[in-house]
Unconditional design. Sequence first.
Length: 273
Amino acid sequence: MGMSGVDDVRDEEHQEPGKEVERELGETPKEALGPAEAQEAPEERPIAKGDFILLHYTGRTEDTGEVFDTTDEEEARRAGIYSEGVKYGPKLMIVGEGEFLKGLEKRLEGLKVGEEGEIVIPPEEAYGERNPDNVRMVPYRVLRSKGVTPTVGARVEVDGRMATVRSIGAGRVQLDYNHPLAGRRIVYKVKVVKRLETDEEKMRALIGRNFPNIAPESFEVKISGERVRIQIPEEAFYEENLQLEKRTAAVEIQRFFPQIEDVEFVEVISRKA
């Protein structure tokens, strides 16, 4: 029993200079760490239904590779689908709420923040199968009487429904009321940029998507029990649909936070120096 301690000391004494047994250079021995340091960082929780996340994505058709939707401005320009009025950047998704394609939301569950992935969605969980009953022949003169001038390939609105003009001939127009991507497999390249954790973050994101021209971080949000107070930045005063945007933001906050009874918007005009 008494000799084991001596052997341990001798082993340490005969180590090569600058070298430690079973330890990398610069590594702190576990016994020297405090309780908090010795614990491993908790593993990132996978995305689950009900999470508020910010998502980057690009959607394309599997058969032709045609990009039809993206949050990336450069990708939109390359694909020829860039729109001046669209605000590019990661989009708010509340997983499972059905605001995006069902097949996309379902397959996001299990990913982690910062993770990228490619998701393939069959037609039935994307834009549906093609239905031949949704293809109609309409007299050209009927469309003209409704103020519609059809051209092949154009998307037109007829009696409140959107259709694609497939052909024109002999005074008749073939209209396809199926979604343009019906019957096609869809591929989404996605990246979960962030999960919003606090109620303030989530509310600010809801406000931001209803004020598309204003940065969400410009809004001050203060929660006090059953009331939330939102200070509107001065640049929002000139929004054409300010009252509608306030109303829809308040309705969404009360929908996702049932404990909130009152939503108060405050507009402060400060004296200019």
